[in-house]
Ligand binder design. Structure first.
Ligand SMILES: [Zn+2]
Length: 188
């Protein structure tokens, strides 16, 4: 995915990099470290809608002030990649119906976690993309320390202007996320 290959929709996207945004980028679907056990993306380049970028920048600043760093686990997801994920799971609480499309495919959602000064991910009680009740913000069965870490992430992202989703502690989106169009990659 190079700037020259972006269609008009793709021009709405801005690349997020550690250098420019002070975040870590480790897209779960660019490696086998995701629930499918397979890489789904062609590379680890991280894109978001240009309307989301300032909020992400703010979230990264707030996170640094709190003594941590933000790690991006997912961001823009090409609709084709979303359809591949839908082949693995059909619970609409965790994966948007491909006909409706994911807010990730609108560039208006990110999946994030916190890392400490040594670059270690904080324990949030479940892995990213664990489709179980323990992933819900409303779940009350976590040890206090882990609940506190999850709440810290929620506070930082909310302060930066993001909206959370109860079922997924890692998922944050623009308040108007669904009003944006799906962004399709040019067919190869
Ligand atoms: Zn998400």
């Amino acid at each position: 995915m190079t700037p020259g290959s972006l269609d008009p929709g793709m021009e709405a996207l801005v690349e997020i990099t550690p250098e420019r945004h002070g975040v870590l980028v480790e897209l779960a679907y660019a490696s086998e470290k995701n629930f499918t056990g397979q890489p789904i993306y062609a590379n680890n380049r991280c894109w978001v809608h240009r309307d989301l970028e300032p909020k992400l920048r703010r979230a990264a600043e707030l996170t640094l002030q709190a003594g941590f760093r933000l790690k991006l686990l997912d961001a823009y997801r090409p609709p084709q990649a979303h359809e591949v994920l839908c082949g693995y799971i059909s619970d609409p609480r965790y994966i948007a119906d491909p006909k409706r499309g994911s807010n990730h495919s609108r560039g208006t959602a990110v999946d994030v976690t916190l890392v400490d000064a040594d670059g270690r991910e904080l324990d949030m009680g479940t892995p990213f993309d664990a489709m179980e009740e323990a992933s819900h913000h409303s779940y009350r069965g976590l040890p206090e320390e882990l609940q506190g870490q999850r709440s810290l992430l929620l506070d930082l992202m909310t302060q930066a202007g993001f909206q959370s989703l109860d079922e997924e502690w890692w998922h944050y989106q623009l308040p108007e996320a669904r009003s944006y169009p799906l962004i399709r990659q040019e067919p190869a």
